[in-house]
Design a protein around this ligand. Sequence first.
Ligand SMILES: O=P(O)(O)OC[C@H]1O[C@H](O[C@H]2O[C@H](CO)[C@@H](O)[C@H](O)[C@H]2O)[C@H](O)[C@@H](O)[C@@H]1O
Length: 905
Amino acid sequence: MTIFLASLFLPKTVYFKLPNTPPASERRSQRPASKKTPKRPPLELRTSLFPDPAITPPKTPEEDEGYHGDGFFVNEDGLRVQNVSDDEEFRSPAPADKQSPKWGGRANQPKSRANSPPPASLLEHARTLEKAKELGRQGILQPRVTRSDSHDRVFANANWRIVNADQGNGGLRNAAEAAARNGNGDEYSWVGTLGMPTDALEGTQQKEDINDRLVTEFNMYPVFCSDKDFDGHYLHFCKQILWPVFHYQIPDNPKSKAYEDHSWQFYVNLNQAFADKIVKNWKRGDTIWVHDYHLLLVPGMIRKKLPDAKIGLFLHVAFPSSEVFRCLAVRKQLLEGMLGANLIGFQIHEYTRHFLQTCSRLLSVEATPDGVQLEDRFVNVMNLAIGIDPVSLNAHRQEEEVKKWIGIMRERYKDKKIIVARDKLDHVRGVRQKLLSYELFLNKNPQWRDKVVLIQVALSTGEKTDLDAAVGDIVTRVNSNWANLAYLPLVYLKQDIPYSQYLALLTIADALMITSQREGMNLTSHEFIVCQDGTYSDTKHGSLILSEFTGTSSLFGNKELTVNPWSYRQCSEAIKKALEMPEDEKAERWEALREVVSQHTGDHWFSKFLAALDQNYEEQHRHDQTSVPRLNLNALGQRYSQTQNRVFFLDLEGTLIPYGPMNEIIPMNPQRTLDVLNDLTDDPRNTVYVMSGRRPEELDRLFRLVPNLGLIAENGCFIKNNRTSTWTEVADHDRVTSWKESVKGILQYYLERTPGSEIEDRNCSLTFHYKNADDYANAERQASDWTGHINESCEEQRVHATQLDDCVVVESIDWTKETAASQVYRDMRAASQGPEQSSVDFLMVVGDGREDEKVYKWANNLKTQDGIKEVVTVSLGNRNTEATTTLTQGVSGVLVTLQKLAGLS
Ligand SMILES: O=P(O)(O)OC[C@H]1O[C@H](O[C@H]2O[C@H](CO)[C@@H](O)[C@H](O)[C@H]2O)[C@H](O)[C@@H](O)[C@@H]1O
């Protein structure tokens, strides 16, 4: 069995050795200043970890020019990665939160042929474009850039090798590797893109060869798509729309809005390419595990082609509140794509809760704490925080290079307290807030000036934002205010640093400061905790200043210094507290945090998700329609004939008669149904109850000609015994009256704003009908909103709202068809204690709706619990069911079945 791990970037990519390319070191000195050469930053920014010229640290490699001509490639994390076309592969770990680098800009990889998606103004002129297409001038919509033949030939003929990729989710890779090392999980295969433009390889033998080598040697299935699709998907839809929205930042500038419509199509295309690749290679029994916000449509796309596939989805980033998510134009498509999975995992409970609320509000589906009930399937959810791999981290901490850097840094900053940070420079990560807080701290605490240094590593996001300039200004201001010849309070590196330096920084730091405005998890803080054990440095148990808006914060239980990044005052006080904290308090906090980090490892996360997926899949399929046998009428007849004390619980609408609108009385006289029920109840060995959501008086009227029939009305709130003519209200009248009063207030509010709608007030439920609303679409949307509203606000009153076709029903959760059936059965049992009576030996439940599922479950349990000889549960619906048999011929099939039983002795 294979586990397909689908993630946007494969852990491997291709490095081209271009002909006549001198080694990077030579190229660097020969390179003329070009437009691409970044301008020299102002002096304040031109800091490094080593302002002291006496120390000559190893050079930090340039991003584009990693090849050193020595068989090693230096990737973006500064990892020296062996040329794996040589036999042995050197696997270097990535920092768990790698931050995403640019796509498609490397000198040793082909150039992208994608153009930016067109501005909205162009799209508006669709007709012109169509005409242009007809005329063969498609270039207007998506101007086709013809790269020179030589560009293509250079790559088509260049030697290449497969190397570790520098893009992608480091936390996921480390977790997968740890799980494999520890023997947890079956063999897995990655599915992903190469993270580089591939149009230039189109139609070449090289593309085939690259594909074959990745599959056969590395178990990796590359997904090829056009550069245009990748650009539109990643740089536009993911980065401009999804990333900000999932982190609570709604893009509201016209440029982003213009992207939304058309970059969506690129998102769809890339997701489809992933789905197709997986479907093509999937075999029965395989598991598919899709990762993160880049691929949210993949589960749904696969489900369409492989209805039985076992699919998991894990969202690594945050999931926002439904109020934020609903701003997405394509919100329904995204949710439906996600719901193609059997199990959806989120980092923490808050994101899971948001997702459930969003589904309930936007899709009008029933959401329970366990997951989402769709019409024909259940989708489980779980929260499960990812972690790091302390084993491999510790192995790397022992490397000489790391120790060397620890020595250098300790020496350089020997009389200073060090606060460290490494973040992507985008709004979400809150670097600006952090620097402002640090400035405030220095302003308010003169005693600390000259004694503390903040080292902020800032990774480029590949986009030019106003943030760059804003952060640059703060750096300049802080340093010009408080620096002197021998002291620089703020070391700001606008580049990434090698992994060894990263580990050294985490080791010698007195504090790590994370001020993300939102973040799915944040594994840097986990790595910091491991590095602070004092093994390689005399500094240890450093303080962690951590934004309360990270997933990690909800895991760490306040043992860190929790901050709200928008409160500069609180952050500056946290800095002071971190620097002045007594050793014993530091040690106590660190111990607690280390415990959490070592319990929540990546390996644990990986195996636990897959185990849950197996279990949920198995449970979901146990009730799968296709695996539930059809009712065998002959066999049933034989079993029935051998019993003497039988009880039937039969659902009414959709089972004994066709459905009718809830707010209209049942129009016809269902003679055939009445005849069948009369025949069945004529046999004194049979006790028959009909269950319905209708009012008692309505059922009385309908069944007045079936004298021995028991009735359950209003979905379990009223029971009429089969031998008497009086109804019992089983629901607690006072409680029902009380919740109805408060819910009526809410419904009244919506009624006034929804012309044409009406409220139906039953004894134990309230139904809001909007079938005849003047603006039906709006009413339906509003209804799904306030369904969620009622479910949240009335939870304590034990009330539940369910949106059905054209209406929303609000009712108590404590009185159901199941509780009523169970009471009837208990009463029968109590009565059967007498010498004349025998206990029930045949129990049959027939239904078609979701609310009947609980009755099947209850009845099935009685078989073992009470030893009832024959328990028969029959479902008519298409859904996954708890019933042990199905019947596909609807109402008429039920009537035929019951008629046949009634005719037997
Ligand atoms: O920037 P992208 O290529 O779009 O990828 C997004 C980020 O993915 C990874 O971070 C996410 O997963 C981490 C592990 O589960 C989690 O700790 C973090 O909060 C998530 O944002 C990756 O580590 C980042 O570098 C990417 O930016």
